[in-house]
Design a protein around this ligand. Structure first.
Ligand SMILES: NC(=O)c1ccc[n+]([C@@H]2O[C@H](COP(=O)([O-])OP(=O)(O)OC[C@H]3O[C@@H](n4cnc5c(N)ncnc54)[C@H](O)[C@@H]3O)[C@@H](O)[C@H]2O)c1
Length: 273
């Protein structure tokens, strides 16, 4: 351990169970000396698993639906009370599509679901930052990170309306990053992670094949959730103070690879068709 986040305080959205990327971020941030508030939807908090993580990391839990301005307002107020002051980092690790959950194809989406996808998975990031700015929650030189996927740039047919949500999420990071940087020197970035076996990830149709294909196509292989957590920590640390408004790939090289030898061999062997 490097004490990379010693003295830093934050909010971590989206730890559901121990497979969650946010869960790994919380565990690693704790090991690196950070203190934080854990938050998730009231229904997810009621499930109770988050209590384990809170106990393990000495954190408080504040329930908030990230689509509700009122809930986020309350979360920011409570966080300032808990720490007796401002914070240094926020992780947005939230994604959900009812179209994916209900098996609606991209060409046959339900538009109410589509709006919900965008509200939960993208607009919530704007809401979090708007409230953090209005309530002056962030210390100068703080860092805000959201998790995304490269379906924002390229087509992955089963990713459905989450592709549009991720494109908007990345755009919000750039636009808000400009304003937060000007006002408070706060940096805002998105991390574009390899497919990872989590609750949200495994909802994508044929997810196992998706993971295997990405692994074969990435010179370093797929990045794990713990490695993603480590990258987020680096972005919360003072070692990355001038990185902002970026979409940063954490995918073992997948996004820059047209074809890999491993994938070619597997196609030849009939393993990948
Ligand atoms: N798993 C992957 O393959 C993968 C790849 C790239 C990016 N991501 C992104 O990583 C992030 C975290 O996902 P994960 O894979 O750890 O899965 P996960 O299911 O563990 O986390 C998703 C979280 O979003 C929360 N959430 C959903 N609706 C919410 C709402 N209205 N308010 C507050 N929280 C809400 C859930 O309760 C859950 O904790 C998501 O943004 C996801 O799109 C995942």
């Amino acid at each position: 351990m490097y004490n990379l986040l010693k003295g830093k305080k934050g909010i971590i959205f989206g730890a559901l169970d121990e497979r969650s990327i946010a869960w790994k971020v919380a565990e690693r941030a704790h090991e690196e000396g950070a203190e934080f508030v854990l938050t998730n939807m009231p229904a997810a908090v009621r499930m109770g698993q988050l209590n384990e993580l809170a106990e393990q990391t000495g954190s408080e839990i504040v329930a908030a639906n990230a689509t509700s301005v009122e809930d986020i307002e309350n979360l920011m107020t409570r966080t300032k009370e808990i720490f007796g002051g401002k914070i240094d980092f926020i992780l947005h690790s939230i994604g959900m599509s009812m179209n994916v959950r209900k098996g609606r194809k991209y060409t046959d989406v339900d538009y109410n679901y589509f709006l919900k996808t965008v509200d939960i998975s993208a607009l919530s990031f704007h809401k979090v930052m708007q409230l953090a700015m209005k309530q002056d929650v962030m210390n100068d030189w703080g860092s805000i990170v959201a998790l995304t996927y490269s379906a924002a740039q390229r087509v992955f047919p089963n990713y459905n309306d989450m592709a549009e949500a991720k494109a908007m999420l990345e755009s919000v990071a750039r636009s808000f990053g400009y304003h937060f940087g000007e006002k408070k020197k706060v940096r805002v970035n998105t991390v574009s992670q390899s497919p990872t076996e989590t609750t949200a990830g495994s909802k994508v149709d044929s997810f196992g094949n998706f993971v295997a294909y990405a692994d074969a196509m990435s010179p370093l292989g797929n990045a794990s959730a713990v490695d993603c957590a480590n990258y987020c920590l680096a972005l919360f640390s003072d070692l990355t103070k001038y990185v902002t408004m970026q979409n940063l790939y954490h995918d073992g090289g997948f996004s820059s690879t047209g074809m890999s030898e491993e994938a070619m061999v597997k196609v030849g062997e009939g393993i990948l068709k």
